[in-house]
Design a binder for this molecule. Structure first.
Ligand code: ZN
Length: 135
């Protein structure tokens, strides 16, 4: 399917949500950075095979294309590819592999720390109370 640059480049649908073009941002520098970070994230989602939605351009899409066509998107569509979504997807793909190894050790570490703190606290209480008992 041919990408329609006049539509949201992510969903290619016309909705009531206004289109945003990073090139029209008020910031003077780094306007194409938005495209770059978007494409970088898309590629990483692709690599993990966890694209949040099907997209209409290939992995050969480059920032210059986006810039030439003043690519626009819905903010809500762009958000599906932001860094925190990517981080979550990464975490999920890691935990699928390591889930059994990681969870028990994490819990054990927390318990050990908690006990340690408890012991120190009890010891302090004893030290504070002892002189009182001696008198
Ligand atoms: Zn969209």
């Amino acid at each position: 399917m041919e990408l329609n640059w006049n539509q949201c480049i992510i969903c290619q649908e016309e909705t009531s949500e206004p289109l945003k073009c990073p090139l029209e941002s008020h910031y003077q520098s780094g306007k194409t950075d938005a495209y770059l970070s978007f494409l970088t994230n898309v590629q990483q989602f692709r690599d993990m095979d966890t694209l949040p939605t099907s997209i209409y351009f290939g992995s050969d899409a480059i920032v210059a294309d986006f810039e030439t066509h003043s690519a626009s998107w819905h903010k809500s569509c762009r958000l599906k590819f932001n860094n925190s979504k990517l981080a979550r997807a990464k975490k999920r793909s890691v935990s699928q592999v390591n889930e059994h190894d990681r969870r028990p050790s994490k819990r054990k570490a927390m318990n050990e720390k908690g006990q340690e703190e408890g012991d120190v606290y009890t010891l302090c209480q004893h030290l504070m109370l002892m002189p009182i008992f001696d008198q």
